[in-house]
Design a protein around this ligand. Structure first.
Ligand code: SUG
Length: 463
């Protein structure tokens, strides 16, 4: 097993973290997300948010993990306002939207693209018939502020993973409730080794085209039909896939994505007793599929009498990164909130001490600015398994090393505000401020003119 092989010749998991954007704010937009609702209206600190994210990326890169970075999206997304009946220059559009309905300004200003676990679903080349890495950008149709991300995510991924000999990009699924798709947050690949075949666990909230069990209070964001469509796009066979329903009661308790209640890596599935609608059937199916590829499922179950569902949601214990160390053992990267809750810290200690799983350590990171909007360490990253040839085919400067970290931290410090109140989102100077910053960023990351505002010939005048 080489899952923890850090050498340049190994197939490796690269965690592509979303760089927090300059308009990071607490607008209370997110459905079924208790943290975002609880912090609605508070003043945010975009600079601190971005630096917290960069600090996590740097610490993991320093520890030898392969670390990538994905750029923020242009916000306020004034280009969306034309279709909503607001003509004029970007500044005129923003002012008219603010006067008509301030909610519009809140939605087009969200920096939610930072949560790249929702950016796309990715299948590594070793699992694909054509031996290419497959991507489907998520439609995120459940909320307008997140649905705005889909086309930009598609373009950014196409710009980074550009070489068609290695990478395949599929259409975004129809943006309608029947095909609600929130990307890798509801997809876990289990395997023995990153470089050999894996089993894909797709977790959905409810069916989209037929009646079935569904949460009572919050809408499920991912449908079975969406997960099946992504699996078909990527050419995954039934032998390679398991479709499991999330426990509707967990969604009602604030588990709006599966990655809030379960995380997998290699053959390990760390999950809460209340994660799945049918725990035994889900484990059985995974065990069987993994056995077919010569792997043995290693379930790590957290019982509700040790950590309640409520505490799991409040601390984001499962929104952790389960990473393979160089020697093949694993560590869990959890949010600092877990360290501060004694029952959760004790459960992590118990898991680490247990001899029947490869997890040998846990480490807490402060990503509070993101956490207060319901985004923990695992939300902030999109996992892409890449062979050495695939890594070499990427020409953009998106792999984090010391030099890139330092440049990005300086860029954040130069361009980001340290205070953003909801009323500030209507400030027209934010348009130029953020466009100038992002224009410079595409230079640093060698992405080309990936954003719509960089391709406009007229209409770029903001006042
Ligand atoms: O979609 N929050 C995001 C958090 C996404 C977390 N991602 C994963 N679990 N993978 C969401 O609920 C908050 C924005 C606001 O309310 O201002 C927000 O969109």
């Amino acid at each position: 097993m080489n899952a923890g092989d850090f050498s340049d010749t190994a197939t490796r998991e690269v965690n592509f973290d979303g760089l927090v954007g300059p308009t990071h704010n607490y607008a209370g937009l997110a459905h079924g997300n208790l943290a975002a609702a609880a912090h609605a209206g508070l003043v945010s600190n975009p600079r601190e948010a971005a630096l917290q994210g960069l600090a996590k990326m740097k610490a993991l890169a320093d520890a030898g993990f392969a670390q990538g970075v994905l750029p923020p999206h242009p916000r306020p997304a004034v280009d969306a306002l034309g279709a909503l009946g607001f003509p004029g220059t970007p500044a005129e559009q923003l002012a008219a939207a603010a006067a008509a309905d301030f909610s519009l300004v809140r939605t087009i200003s969200s920096a939610a693209a930072m949560w790249t676990a929702n950016a796309a679903t990715v299948t590594p080349s070793v699992d694909a018939a054509d031996r290419r890495v497959h991507f489907t950008a998520a439609n995120l149709q459940s909320s307008y502020h997140r649905a705005l991300e889909a086309p930009v995510t598609r373009d950014v991924l196409a710009a980074i993973f550009a070489d068609e000999a290695y990478f395949a990009h599929h259409p975004i699924l129809p943006a309608t409730p029947a095909f609600g798709d929130e990307g890798a947050a509801n997809h876990t690949r289990l395997c023995d080794d990153y470089g050999t075949s894996g089993v894909h666990l797709f977790v959905y909230g409810q069916t989209g085209l037929s009646e079935g069990r569904a949460p009572k209070h919050f809408r499920a964001r991912q449908t079975l039909e969406a997960s099946q469509a992504v699996a078909r796009q990527h050419g995954l066979t039934t032998d390679q896939s398991v479709f499991a329903q999330q426990n509707p009661a967990a969604i009602d308790a604030g588990v709006f994505h599966n990655d809030v209640i379960a995380v997998g890596n290699g053959p390990v599935l760390l999950y809460h007793e209340d994660a799945f609608a049918d725990e035994a059937a889900t484990l059985d199916a995974l065990e069987t599929r993994l056995m077919d590829i010569g792997a043995v499922l290693a379930p790590v179950r957290v019982a509700r009498d040790r950590v309640s569902l409520e505490t799991a949601v409040a601390t984001y214990l499962f929104n952790s990164q389960l990473l393979s160390n160089a020697d093949g053992s694993m560590r869990v990267i959890v949010p600092a909130e877990c360290e501060h809750e004694p029952t959760v810290a004790a459960e992590l200690d118990r898991i680490v001490a247990a001899p029947d799983n490869p997890i040998t350590g846990w480490q807490a990171f402060d990503v509070k600015q993101s956490m207060d909007n319901g985004g923990g360490p695992a939300c902030l990253r999109l996992r892409v398994i890449l062979s050495p040839a695939e890594r070499a085919a990427i020409k953009a400067r998106v792999f984090l090393d010391d030099a890139l970290h330092d440049e990005l931290a300086a860029w954040v410090t130069r361009h980001y505000r340290d205070r953003l109140a909801i009323a500030d989102l209507a400030d027209p100077t934010l348009i130029d401020e953020t466009r100038t910053a992002l224009d410079e960023l595409t230079g640093i990351l060698r992405l080309g003119s990936v954003y719509p505002f960089q391709r406009e010939t007229s209409c770029t005048q903001t006042r």
